[in-house]
Design a protein around this ligand. Structure first.
Ligand SMILES: NC(=O)C1=CN([C@@H]2O[C@H](COP(=O)(O)OP(=O)(O)OC[C@H]3O[C@@H](n4cnc5c(N)ncnc54)[C@H](OP(=O)(O)O)[C@@H]3O)[C@@H](O)[C@H]2O)C=CC1
Ligand SMILES: CC(C)CCC[C@@H](C)[C@H]1CC=C2C3=C(CC[C@@]21C)[C@@]1(C)CC[C@H](O)C[C@@H]1CC3
Length: 418
C-alpha cells in the first residue's frame, strides 16, 4: 500500500463531510432535474414532481446501452491518432503520452449514428430512457471510482494526486487518489473527461431534437439553436483536445467519484437540460430573438476561444508572432504570465466567454421558467469555485509574481464586477 505523500494538501470541498454530502447531493440534483424537465410545472426549486421507484430507474437494457457506449468510445480512443501529445512533467520527471483523436471520435460516432438512423435505429426513443440511463451511468461511475480507489491503494506514492491522498477514505474516494490511472496506455481520466460524456451529451440533444420532430412535425427554432450551440462547444473542445492536458483536472485532481460522475453522468444528463425542457415545454422564438441569441453566443465564443487560444499559443511558444508583442510578467519558475491581451482584461477571460455562452444556451427556453437557467447558475458557482482553486495553485507556483499579476489585473472574471 502506498504511504501518504509528504506535506498534506489542505482539504477542499468542505473535507470528508462536504465530499459525502456532494456524493448524495449531486446525483439527487441530477435526478431532480431529469424529473422536473418532463413535469408540467418544470420547477427548479421545490420538491421533485414524484419520487421514482426502483423499477423506473433500473433497467438492464439501459445498463447494456451505457456499457456499449463506453465500449464504442474506448474503441475509437484506441484507433490510430493524428498526433500523440506529451502531458505536463510529472513528479518523477516522466511525461505521459496522450492520443489526440477526440474530434475523429466525434466524426466517426456521427457517421455511425447517421448509418444507424438510416437503418431505422429508434434514436427518438432515447428521451424516454433518460432516467434509467442516468441511473446506470451513476452506477458505473460509482463502481468505476471504487475500482480506481482500490487500484490506487497499491499505486506508488509518486502516482498519487496532490489533493486526493488525505488518508480519509471518503474524501479520497470523492477526489480521487491516483492522478493518472492507466492500464497500459489507456488513460481513464483523459478518456472520460472528453469522450463518452461530451459526445453522449450531443447524442442526447440530437435524440431530443428528433423526438420533437416526431411529435410536432419539425424541430423548433429554439431546439435547433440549443443543439447547434452545444454541438459547437463540444466540437471545439474535441478539436482543441490537447488543451485539456493543461487543465487542473488532468494536472492536479485525481480521478475519483467527482470526475467520474461528472464526466459520465452529470455532463450528458444535466448539460442537455435545455433540450429536455424544450421537448416537453415548446417555446415560441422568432427570427429577431434568435438572431440576438446567436449574437450573444458568438460574442461568448469569441472571448472563450480567443482567450484559450492566446494562452495555449503563448504556453507552447512565447515567441509565436501572434503573442510575441503581449506584455508579460516574469516568474521565478522561468515561465511568464500574460498581462495584456485577453489575460490583461480579467484573470479568467475564458470563464467569462463560457458564462456568456451559457446564457445564450438558456435564452431560447424563454423566461417563463427558472429550470433551463440551472446550467447558468450551477456553472457560475462551479467557475467561481474553480477560479478560487486555480488562484491558490497559481499563488503556490508563482508567489510574488502572482501577487503582481493580481495587482495589475484586479478583476477575476467580470470586469468591474468580480
Ligand atoms: N463546461 C464546463 O463544465 C467547464 C468548462 N471549463 C472551461 O475549460 C477551459 C479551461 O479551464 P481551466 O482548466 O479551469 O483553466 P484555465 O484554462 O483558465 O487555466 C488556468 C491556468 O492558466 C495559466 N494562467 C493563468 N493566468 C495566466 C496568465 N495571465 N498568463 C498565462 N497563463 C496563465 C495558469 O497555469 P500555468 O501558468 O501553469 O500555465 C493557470 O493555472 C475554460 O475555458 C473553462 O471555461 C472548465 C470547467 C468546466
Ligand atoms: C459534478 C461536479 C459538480 C463537478 C464535475 C465537473 C466536471 C463536469 C467538469 C470538470 C472540468 C470539466 C471540463 C469540461 C467539461 C466539464 C468538466 C468535466 C470541458 C471538457 C468542457 C469543454 C471545454 O472546452 C474544456 C473543458 C475542460 C474542463
Amino acid at each position: 500500500m502506498a504511504p501518504p505523500q509528504g506535506p498534506r494538501a489542505p482539504l477542499e470541498f468542505g473535507g470528508p463531510l462536504g465530499a459525502a454530502a456532494l456524493m448524495l447531493l449531486l446525483p439527487a440534483t441530477m435526478f431532480h432535474l431529469l424529473l422536473a424537465a418532463r413535469s408540467g410545472p418544470a420547477r427548479l426549486l421545490g420538491p421533485p414532481p414524484y419520487l421514482p421507484g426502483l423499477e423506473m430507474l433500473w433497467s438492464p437494457w439501459a445498463l447494456f446501452l451505457c456499457l456499449a457506449w463506453l465500449g464504442l468510445q474506448a474503441a475509437l480512443y484506441l484507433l490510430p491518432a493524428r498526433k500523440v501529445a506529451e502531458g505536463q512533467e510529472l513528479k518523477d520527471k516522466r511525461r505521459l503520452l496522450y492520443p489526440i483523436n477526440g474530434f475523429q471520435a466525434l466524426v466517426l460516432t456521427a457517421l455511425l449514428v447517421g448509418l444507424g438512423v438510416l437503418a431505422r435505429l429508434p434514436l427518438g426513443a432515447l428521451p424516454e430512457m433518460l432516467l434509467p440511463l442516468a441511473f446506470s451511468a451513476t452506477l458505473i461511475a460509482f463502481v468505476g471510482s471504487l475500482l480506481l480507489y482500490l487500484k490506487a491503494l497499491v499505486a506508488p506514492a509518486s502516482a498519487l494526486a496532490p489533493g486526493g491522498n488525505s488518508g480519509n477514505p471518503v474524501y479520497d474516494f470523492f477526489l480521487g487518489r491516483e492522478l493518472n490511472p492507466r492500464i497500459c496506455s489507456f488513460d481513464f481520466k483523459y478518456f472520460c473527461e472528453l469522450r463518452p460524456g461530451l459526445i453522449g451529451w450531443v447524442l442526447i440533444n440530437l435524440a431530443l431534437l428528433m423526438q420533437e420532430a416526431e411529435l410536432r412535425g419539425s424541430p423548433s427554432l429554439a431546439m435547433w439553436l440549443v443543439n447547434g450551440f452545444q454541438l459547437l462547444y463540444v466540437g471545439d473542445a474535441l478539436w482543441h483536445e490537447e488543451a485539456v492536458l493543461t487543465t487542473m483536472d488532468i494536472i492536479h485532481d485525481g480521478f475519483g467519484f467527482m470526475l467520474a460522475f461528472g464526466d459520465l453522468a452529470w455532463v450528458p444528463f444535466t448539460y442537455s437540460l435545455q433540450a429536455q425542457f424544450l421537448l416537453y415545454h415548446p417555446q415560441p422564438l422568432g427570427l429577431p430573438g434568435a438572431s440576438v441569441i446567436c449574437l450573444i453566443n458568438a460574442v461568448g465564443y469569441y472571448i472563450f476561444r480567443g482567450a484559450n487560444s492566446q494562452k495555449n499559443t503563448f504556453r507552447k511558444n512565447p515567441s509565436d508572432p501572434r503573442v510575441a508583442d503581449l506584455e508579460t510578467i516574469p516568474t521565478a519558475t522561468g515561465r511568464q504570465l500574460l498581462v495584456s491581451g485577453w489575460w490583461g482584461m480579467v484573470r479568467h477571460p475564458n470563464y467569462l466567454g463560457d458564462l456568456i455562452m451559457a446564457l445564450a444556451w438558456s435564452l431560447p427556453c424563454g423566461v417563463s421558467h427558472l429550470l433551463p437557467y440551472f446550467y447558468l447558475l450551477y456553472f457560475t458557482a462551479l467557475l467561481v469555485h474553480r477560479e478560487a482553486r486555480d488562484e491558490q495553485q497559481c499563488l503556490q507556483k508563482y508567489g510574488l509574481a502572482w501577487h503582481e499579476y493580481c495587482r495589475r489585473v484586479p478583476y477575476r472574471i467580470m470586469p468591474y464586477v468580480y
